[in-house]
Ligand binder design. Structure first.
Ligand code: BES
Ligand code: MN
Ligand code: ZN
Length: 548
């Protein structure tokens, strides 16, 4: 897709379709629309006086222009109510318009940049959002379609935005940002939608390496021997059922452009197929368990986007990757695994495998002395029951970090909802014979999974994002076609941007962000004194309230 930015009048540009947004119930035309209306001899006002098009969100009407405009057709797009219009409505509208233009088989489209004065967001973010909406909406997973008719092929080639001179450079920069982000989301979707047999741990590792090589990211792939050397007994336990056919991989990706800064570490669950293992899942719906590596896909996409945006922030992505399969060598319910941390886990249910592989990855993360650690995982069916497809389940050991993620979720519309990670929930995962068990029963299944992870976090600020409900789309929405959604990529990019800003402002920029929650923790009587360092190191260690 080619994006053009012009300062000429939209009514004179030669296009297949000129797209104009109309807010619901507004008969008074905005300046842009009025200019086009004038060229058309009042046709838009006439149309809006009828009842067939009222500007409802998602609605549209296509009108011929009879040679009165440069564009052959005029597409009026319903924007919904102005009062409730948010940045994501713009993303949705852009996505909807792009899909209409595609389906009408138009090659070129154009739109005036909506009047930006008084908007709550910058021109650059406006451009990014438009590009995200358009490109994410046009994404199509067609790797396995061999019978595509020529008529089905995408003919949509270019979009022209009309903007005042003062806004063009920012708009262009924003469109490029959006392109880079959408490209990363597309990679994530490709990885996650791929069938399990075509996205094995080895293939996933190769795809990560391929991406890393393109972006100057350092990639290391640890094989089963190296994993064994690290004593990652929980990852190996899960991998046992598939060991001969598809051995596990532990993938590390490092984007470290800034000297002397602690990295943000993103951990992604990489179960390339979750059959449940010996505690096998029911056949119905098992096919969807190819998306059990959506956390891995998200962190790969996120680090790609962050590197291609050249954000001045250090990021590490860690991916424990394995199948979860039954077999003669598979771990048994009742087995006890020894993790990299030395702690033991009683396997109550081999289908609760995500928390096992993440336990070892969270121990490994400590090596980086991270600023923060976030893990993304399609971890529990209970999360789907609790929050459905709308919200990421969010828990963590540091409220300041959790709040940052909640805010990033609101900004990107990859929204999260916090669940309480209270100490009392760990009662449910106490084992009679090991340090912890991997099943806490049905009540609060999302929280007890996180409670087990919390036993393996190091002395760092950590948050867990359960994306079981949000990583897959069954029906298709505005800019999220059916299949893998790519959830997490935009959220992590937004967070990384926040940290990058801190890095640039002052030497102590990010440290100040660390110090805030630590200061809060210090106020609590149980905490280790009121020392708030400015380098973030000691402070972040002490700020972790749930020490084991
Ligand atoms: N990958 C699943 C969780 C899942 C379920 C993701 C549905 C997406 C959609 C996970 O490994 C799992 O099987 N969890 C079990 C845990 C239970 C056995 C304690 C679950 O949620 O049922
Ligand atoms: Mn499972
Ligand atoms: Zn799983």
């Amino acid at each position: 897709m080619k994006f053009n930015v012009k300062t000429t009048k939209p009514e004179s540009e030669k296009l297949d379709a000129l797209v104009l947004g109309v807010f619901e119930g507004e008969k008074k035309l905005s300046a842009d629309v009025a200019a086009v209306d004038k060229a058309l001899g009042g046709m838009i006002a006439e149309v809006l006086s009828g009842a067939e098009f009222t500007g409802k969100a998602g609605s549209h009407i296509l009108l011929p222009t009879m040679g009165e405009l440069g564009a052959r057709r005029l597409l009026l797009l319903g924007m919904g109510k102005r009062a409730s219009f948010k940045l994501d409505n713009l993303r949705q509208a852009a996505g909807r318009a792009a899909q209409l233009v595609r389906d009408y088989k138009f090659k070129t489209a154009g739109a005036p940049l909506a009047d930006h004065a008084g908007a709550a967001f910058s021109t650059r973010l406006h451009g990014q959002t438009l590009a995200e909406g358009i490109l994410m909406a046009l994404y199509d997973y067609d790797a396995y379609k061999t019978e595509r008719e020529a008529a089905e092929r995408l003919v949509f080639e270019a979009v022209t935005f009309f903007a005042p001179v003062a806004e063009t450079s920012e708009l262009k920069a924003g469109l490029v940002d959006g392109e880079r982000i959408a490209e990363a989301v597309a990679l994530t979707r490709d990885l996650v939608s791929a069938p399990g047999s075509d996205m094995t741990p080895t293939i996933l590792a190769n795809r990560a390496k391929e991406m890393a090589d393109k972006h100057g990211i350092k990639c290391q792939i640890l094989d089963e021997k190296a994993i064994d050397k690290l004593k990652m007994g929980a990852l190996l336990g899960v991998a046992r059922g598939a060991m001969e056919a598809q051995p596990p991989r532990f993938i590390t990706l490092e984007y470290m452009p800034v000297k002397g800064r602690k990295p943000l570490v993103f951990v992604g669950k990489g179960i390339t197929f979750d059959s449940g293992g010996i505690s096998i899942k029911p056949a119905d719906g098992m096919d969807k368990m190819k998306y059990d590596m959506a956390g891995a896909g998200a962190v790969i996409g996120a680090i790609k986007a962050i590197a291609s945006l050249q954000l001045p922030v250090n990021v590490v992505a860690l991916i424990p990757a394995t199948e979860n399969m039954p077999g003669g060598h598979a771990m048994h319910p009742g087995d006890i695994l020894k993790t990299m941390s030395g702690k033991t886990i009683e396997v109550i249910n081999t289908d609760a495998e995500g928390r096992l592989i993440l336990a070892d990855a969270l121990s490994f993360a400590e090596r980086y002395q991270p600023e923060i650690v976030l893990d993304l995982a399609t971890l529990t069916g209970a999360c789907v029951i609790a929050l459905g497809n709308q919200a990421i389940g969010l828990m963590g050991n540091d409220q300041g970090l959790v709040d940052q993620i909640l805010a990033a979720g609101e900004r990107t519309w990859e929204r999260a909802w916090q669940l309480p990670l209270w100490e009392e929930y760990s009662e449910q995962i106490k084992s009679d014979i090991a340090d912890v068990k991997n099943g806490g029963g049905r009540p609060a299944g999302t929280i007890t999974a996180a409670a087990m992870l919390a036993k393996f976090t190091g002395a760092y600020r950590w948050a867990h994002l359960d994306i079981a409900g949000t990583a897959w789309e069954d029906k298709g929405r505005a800019y999220v076609p059916k299949g893998a959604t790519g959830i997490g990529v935009r959220l992590l990019v937004d967070l990384a941007r926040e940290y990058a800003k801190g890095n640039k402002v002052t030497a102590g920029g990010t440290a100040a962000q660390v110090a805030k929650p630590a200061a809060k923790a210090a106020a609590k009587p149980a905490s280790s004194g009121a020392k708030v360092s400015t380098n973030g190191a000691k402070t972040s260690a002490k700020s972790a309230p749930r020490k084991k």
